[in-house]
Ligand binder design. Structure first.
Ligand SMILES: [Zn+2]
Length: 498
């Protein structure tokens, strides 16, 4: 018999209160019951009181804390197996207004904490620290609001406002909280130690690569900050790697009323594209135009798509355009140039099309696991909640060819500070190299830095020289918009200028 069944059999509020009190006392004297759900409202209230007492007993309307550490760009790892690219944070200061669900944050932020492994956050080598600030509005989407509520006092407020199920877990407690936001059913699980101190919160949000992506907040040992109990360290992990790691220097109650800034006006709809949405640069070779370009190559029996995987909406559109350019042929392969999520979003949609994902061999285990996970936290799905994933790793070189003279050579470019897993695609019939991020917009058209050519250009040059390819043109996945090609002579001129 479960305790929740017992509670449904009593009818008076007095009995419920008595039972709640017994259950609370029971944690000390009858551990055999502690695997049971404390569905009793009174017991839940007692639990919440104990949690508040562990935090110093002060119900806060707001909090502020300072610290230092680092944050990191989700989906922009140098190596997908080694954690997200990190930025150093000093003078970190966050203010939270729990009453309005708003928060402001300032810090000094230095890009590229790991100089040789900068990853894809847009950092330049040897960047200086710069002031940074952010604001969370009460109307922000739930995933953006999480930083407010993945705090001990914030989570306690969620528990008090919701209907958590409290259970004993090991020597501590677990609070499981269903929560609906933006028409999506979320679930949060708080873990508490035997002193009712919150040690971690686990939840899941939507991500185009991970599907239902785990967000895990971990709290270190609690310290006293002027009568307020707050963890000494705070870590947020997304998709298994930290996106925020702070050592707390101070914490205090805050009565600051943050302005609930008006949300940014919705972006005007993209202008109707009157012009062509793709252009053919060689026989059966189509560049799909847009902010992130993609290349579709027609083979006798099938189609291959190279990059352009900016986000869900873009990929949905991309697949439609590819089928206009190359009708009635299945998309058999999609080349993921590197693991950065602005080049890997929508892989699930290609998997749903039946395409095999070609990626550097170092990413195979990651993509197999991430893309196979369910994806249920969306209002408007772009593909089924679960897809069959086929991933093929490339070590150095992989050729796709048919009997009609079409071929693609996919090569590993070799590690640069941007990524360890970069692939380029060589189209021999068009003497063209398709590349992503090595000719980035910020080094275009100058192509160079103050102290010599940009390291990414040198990496590209070295890789191409080693491969000894007979090429004349590039299709950069990023700029320029039109014409979609850049010339080999442009690269050589930029390299020679130093
Ligand atoms: Zn990148």
């Amino acid at each position: 018999m479960t305790i929740s069944t017992m509670s449904s059999s009593v009818s008076t509020s007095n009995w419920r209160q008595l039972l709640g009190a017994m259950l609370f006392l029971c944690q000390f004297i009858c551990p055999v019951f502690h695997s049971q759900v404390l569905a009793q409202p009174a017991a839940t209230a007692e639990f919440e009181s104990a949690v508040l007492a562990a935090l110093g007993g002060q119900a806060l309307t707001g909090i502020e804390f300072t610290g230092s550490g680092w944050d990191a760009c989700l989906g922009q790892a140098w190596s997908i197996n080694a954690g997200w690219a990190r930025w150093q944070l000093t003078d970190y200061h966050r203010v939270i207004d729990y009453d309005t669900g708003t928060s402001s944050q300032t810090a000094l932020r230095r890009a590229g904490l790991d100089a040789d492994h900068i990853g894809g956050c847009g950092a330049q080598p040897a960047a200086a620290a710069a002031p940074q600030q952010s604001f969370i509005n009460s109307t922000a989407a739930w995933p953006d609001q999480l930083l407010i509520w993945l705090t001990p006092h914030g989570f306690l407020r969620l528990l008090a406002a919701g209907k958590p199920a409290i259970t004993k877990a090991g020597t501590g407690w677990q609070a499981s909280l269903p929560l609906q936001r933006d028409m999506i059913n979320y679930h949060l699980i708080g873990h508490f130690n035997s002193q009712h101190e919150l040690t971690s919160i686990q939840t899941w949000i939507d991500d185009s690569v991970f599907g239902d992506m785990e967000v895990l907040a971990e709290f270190g040992a609690y310290e006293q900050f002027n009568g307020l109990s707050f963890p000494h360290t705070l870590t947020i992990k997304q998709g298994g790697f930290a996106t925020l790691s702070l050592t707390i220097a101070s914490a205090a109650a805050s009565n600051a009323t943050l302005p609930n800034k008006a949300p940014a006006p919705p972006r005007p709809p993209a202008p109707a594209t009157d012009g062509p949405r793709f252009t053919e640069i060689g026989k059966g070779i189509f560049v799909v135009l847009g902010g992130y370009k993609s290349v579709a190559v027609e083979f006798d029996q099938f189609t291959v798509v190279i990059d352009g995987l900016q986000n869900d909406a873009r990929v949905q559109d991309l697949i439609t355009i590819v089928k206009q350019a190359i009708p009635n042929k299945p998309i058999r392969y999609v080349v993921s140039t590197h693991s950065h999520f602005d080049h890997a979003s929508g892989l699930r949609q290609f998997a749903a099309e039946g395409a095999t994902i070609l990626t550097h061999e170092m990413n195979v285990a990651f993509f197999n696991k991430a893309l196979s996970a369910p994806r249920t936290l969306r209002v408007k799905p772009t593909e089924p909640n679960s897809v069959q994933v086929k991933v093929q790793g490339i070590k150095d070189h992989h050729e796709i060819k048919d009997g009609a003279g079409q071929s693609i050579d996919v090569y590993a470019l070799g590690p640069s500070a941007h990524a360890a897993d970069m692939l380029i695609a060589y189209l021999p019939t068009a003497k063209t190299v398709v590349e992503a991020d090595t000719l980035q917009p910020w080094i275009n058209p100058a192509f160079g830095g103050k102290n010599g050519p940009h390291p990414l250009l040198l990496n590209l040059e070295a890789g191409l020289k080693k491969l000894n390819l007979d090429y004349q043109h590039f299709v950069p996945v990023h700029a320029p918009p039109m014409p979609p090609l850049m010339e080999r002579a442009d690269l050589e001129k930029a390299l020679a200028a130093h």
